[in-house]
Design a binder for this molecule. Structure first.
Ligand code: NDP
Ligand code: PYR
Ligand code: MG
Length: 760
């Protein structure tokens, strides 16, 4: 399991670096020409204005309203941090905006209000109704949140949901139903302790009651203890949960209880209290960012516990992120006037049911798991599961229609499913798959340029994230100085200086081995030993000897200088005649693999075929079926020039060697991405049945120019160059790569090592 620590400075840097904050506004229409601007603004803009005046419903047709949600807070109950005020709450609200976008393609304006007074808050939000398709109330403290939500639901015609109440209630209810099934207990019979009597706790308790829990079986506690009949001055909501009991403290309440629901604050539940629970207890410690009791502590106290927290770094994350994006997606898509009980219960059922379905490989990979299946460690789907959108949103939309609150019913459900799938942003998914695959079996990676602050920062991150075990090459005192100067915490890392006296014997051993490999290729024994002072040669020898699993280099050196030692020391994979380089372009609709971008100037047909097959193998490592376009300036024989014919010949060789591969060519890049035209003009092509995800270029100039343009002009994030065809993993960075790019390359190297190197 990963327990990744977050360095507070990293969190601050993440938010402050580049454009401050986490979100920006992006136009969705062309704005290039004067005409575009005349349409976007005056005079053209008057037309939609008049259309909406005549038919107010057209606001959904001509503006962003229908896909725009306001995340609104006054900062009075931010996570479990308390009343820290609207400005301090803004990073959380921006964060919610990010989650709405990446999980459900919903646009968000986060709005932080200086309004602690209930009436003022309600007035402001009511005045915002024309702008938004929905209102997500967030981190507003109890009891004010109840009145605010009640009134806004009553007075607005767009869906309003206080996420801390209902989002949390929905997700925890789904997890609870699943956990109860696993421990074979009935919701009607179990004894609950609900710690917290605020927004989230009250809503959870109410939803559990609507699912069958008995009110008299729920002991609720606030900061003053059990809400029993002796308590005075309770607000209306707490009064509903008064139980006639002599019990007063959490310790009293926990004894013999079946279910603990924590929506209060960190570290208030002790191991002894967990020990005092009934058989096979259920503990949902959901306070954020730190739970009422840690996951490991609870399990240590009671190995039979089913445990969940609100955190992403442990199994069973019960967090409202599993709900709000998908619930609002369904509500917006049928233009629901509210989010009612039927819609909430539909979301509960959809989530509970999804947990029992087989987990797709991509989700297992994204979490570094082999095979998650319904059980004590998997009682609720994972937030990165792309099926959440297609499971929860339609269930909510259907319930809205059936309960009569949908103003625009869906008629074609299959089409709706397709639209939902197309909305998913998969760009970060590739990075997650990469990191989590690496994390499953982290390997020793040699950093040949460890006297560089960026490299050291990357080494720290991959170490902390459990992606790799770094080995640093270079002068130790120089490296320690850079670590100190940059406050990089890499204390327990191995540092090796190939030039040091201590490494003399190793240098001699490596030198002799190298001489054996190269003695008829320009090296005498003296040169072979001397060259081992070079970090790239020394590092490659470590990998060759199994004393490390992969090498990363090239940030500060030219490509040929870095690739040469790898070729001379490690050499080519069996059956491969030449190495090649691949870039991965991270697009919202999924990764695009490009080759050869770095090595082969003008490949022959045989060489291009080899590049294609190497690339296909690499793409499959991502669990992605390659769909390959072999590019040229000609379409299927429309030009008979030698360059175009070379690609055709290469295609034939590829097909002979791997008949099952989905590949076609030669074709132009635009044709590869226009399936309708391809279908119309070349219906024979196997590429008409799905999106192309891999591009093979006819020569280095084309490949290299293409990836650079995509990166610089297209603005895409890229990973690469991934060196393909070496016997063991050596990966060469681009000059000046960012820390993020270095980390991705390290993960790539580890993934490569998992395939190519047996574990030592
Ligand atoms: N995992 C998830 O998805 C979610 C988690 N949460 C977490 O739940 C917690 C509460 O959030 P929310 O309901 O919005 O906040 P509220 O401010 O509305 O409620 C907080 C409640 O916790 C009670 N409380 C404080 N200290 C203790 C204590 N020592 N013992 C028992 N109760 C205590 C308060 O008591 P009193 O009434 O006496 O002040 C209050 O009832 C936060 O940590 C938040 O991060 C919230 C939403 C979603
Ligand atoms: C998750 C969330 O909304 C909270 O902790 O407040
Ligand atoms: Mg919240």
């Amino acid at each position: 399991m990963n327990n990744r620590k977050i360095d507070p400075q990293d969190a601050l840097d993440y938010h402050s670096q580049g454009r401050p904050g986490k979100i920006k506004v992006v136009p969705t229409k062309n704005t290039k020409t004067q005409r575009d601007l005349s349409l976007a603004y005056s005079p053209g803009v008057a037309e939609p204005c008049l259309a909406i005046r005549d038919n107010p419903e057209d606001v959904y047709k001509y503006t962003a309203k229908g896909n725009l949600v306001a995340v609104i807070s006054n900062g009075t109950a931010v996570l479990g941090l308390g009343d820290i005020g609207p400005e301090a709450g803004k990073p959380v609200m921006e964060g919610k905006g990010v989650l709405f976008k990446i999980f459900a393609d919903i646009d968000v304006f986060d709005i932080e209000l200086n309004a602690n007074d209930v009436e003022r808050f309600i007035d402001v939000v009511k005045a915002l109704e024309p702008t938004f398709g929905g209102i997500n109330l967030e981190d507003i403290k109890a009891p004010e949140c109840f009145e605010i939500e009640r009134r806004l639901k009553q007075e607005l015609k767009i869906p309003v949901m206080h996420d801390d109440q209902h989002g949390t209630a929905i997700i925890s209810a789904a997890a609870l139903l699943n956990a109860l099934e696993l421990v074979d207990k009935k919701i009607e019979e179990v004894k609950f302790v609900v710690n917290g009597a605020g927004a989230a706790a009250i809503a959870c308790a109410k939803l559990y009651i609507s699912l069958g829990a008995r009110k008299e079986n729920i002991l609720m506690l606030d900061s003053k203890g059990v809400i029993n009949a002796t308590r005075t001055g309770l607000d209306e909501m707490k009064q509903e949960f008064v139980v006639d009991t002599p019990l007063e403290t959490l310790e009293d309440a926990m004894r013999g209880s079946d279910v603990f629901i924590g929506l209060s604050k960190a570290d208030v539940l002790s191991q002894d209290m967990v020990r005092s629970m009934a058989d096979r207890p259920i503990v949902f410690a959901m306070a954020n960012p730190n739970p009422e009791i840690g996951y490991d502590e609870a399990l240590a106290a009671r190995p039979d516990v089913i445990m969940a927290t609100g955190r992403s770094d442990y199994p069973n994350q019960v967090n409202n992120v599993l709900g709000f994006p998908f619930i609002f997606r369904g509500a917006l898509d049928v233009r629901a006037t509210q989010i009612n009980e039927a819609m909430k219960l539909a979301a509960v059922r959809a989530l509970a049911e999804l947990t029992r379905q087989p987990v797709p490989d991509m989700v297992n990979m994204a979490y570094g798991e082999k095979n998650m299946t319904f059980g004590a460690q998997y009682i609720i789907p994972k937030p990165l599961d792309p099926r959440l959108l297609t499971a929860v949103a339609p269930a909510v939309a259907k319930a809205a229609m059936e309960s009569g609150v949908a103003r625009q019913p869906i008629t074609d459900w299959e089409k709706y499913h397709q639209e939902l799938s197309a909305r998913l942003g998969l760009d970060n998914y590739t990075v997650r798959v990469l990191n989590n695959t690496a994390r499953k079996d982290p390997r020793r990676v040699v950093f040949a340029e460890a006297d560089n602050a960026k490299v050291l920062k990357a080494a720290q991150i991959v170490k902390d994230e459990g992606i790799a075990i770094p080995i640093l090459l270079g002068n130790e005192s120089k490296i320690r100085q850079i670590l100190d100067d940059n406050s990089i915490d890499l204390k327990d890392v191995t540092i090796i200086d190939p030039r040091s006296e201590a490494m003399l014997e190793t240098r001699i051993r490596y030198g002799e081995q190298f001489f054996e490999k190269r003695y008829r290729r320009g090296f005498n024994i003296y040169e072979a030993k001397k060259i081992m002072r070079e970090r790239n040669y020394f590092g490659c020898m470590m990998v060759e000897n199994g004393e490390a699993d992969a090498l990363i280099s090239g940030l500060t050196r030219s490509y040929p200088d870095t690739i040469r030692p790898a070729l001379e020391v490690i050499g080519l994979e069996e059956g491969v005649k030449k190495v090649a380089g691949m870039y991965i372009i991270l697009r919202p609709q999924g990764p695009l693999f490009l080759a050869d971008t770095t090595v082969n100037l003008n490949p022959t047909a045989e060489e291009l075929a080899d590049i294609t097959l190497l690339t296909a193998k690499e793409v499959r490592q991502f669990n992605i079926e390659p769909r390959i376009a072999m590019l040229s300036y000609s379409n299927f024989g429309s030009s008979r020039t030698p360059e175009a014919m070379m690609v055709r010949d290469a295609l034939q060789i590829v097909k002979d060697k791997d008949p099952g591969l989905i590949v076609d060519g030669e074709l132009q890049a635009s044709m590869a991405f226009n399936r309708d035209i391809l279908k119309e003009s070349y219906p024979f092509s196997p590429l008409i049945d799905g999106e192309v995800n891999t591009l093979i270029f006819p020569n280095l100039a084309a490949g290299n120019i293409a990836y650079n343009l995509l990166m610089e002009v297209g603005g895409f994030e890229v990973i690469g160059p991934v060196l393909m065809g070496l016997k063991k993993p050596v990966h060469i960075l681009q000059l000046g790569s960012s820390v993020r790019q270095i980390c991705s390359m390290v993960a790539m190297a580890v993934m490569d090592a998992q395939v190519k190197c047996s574990k030592k």
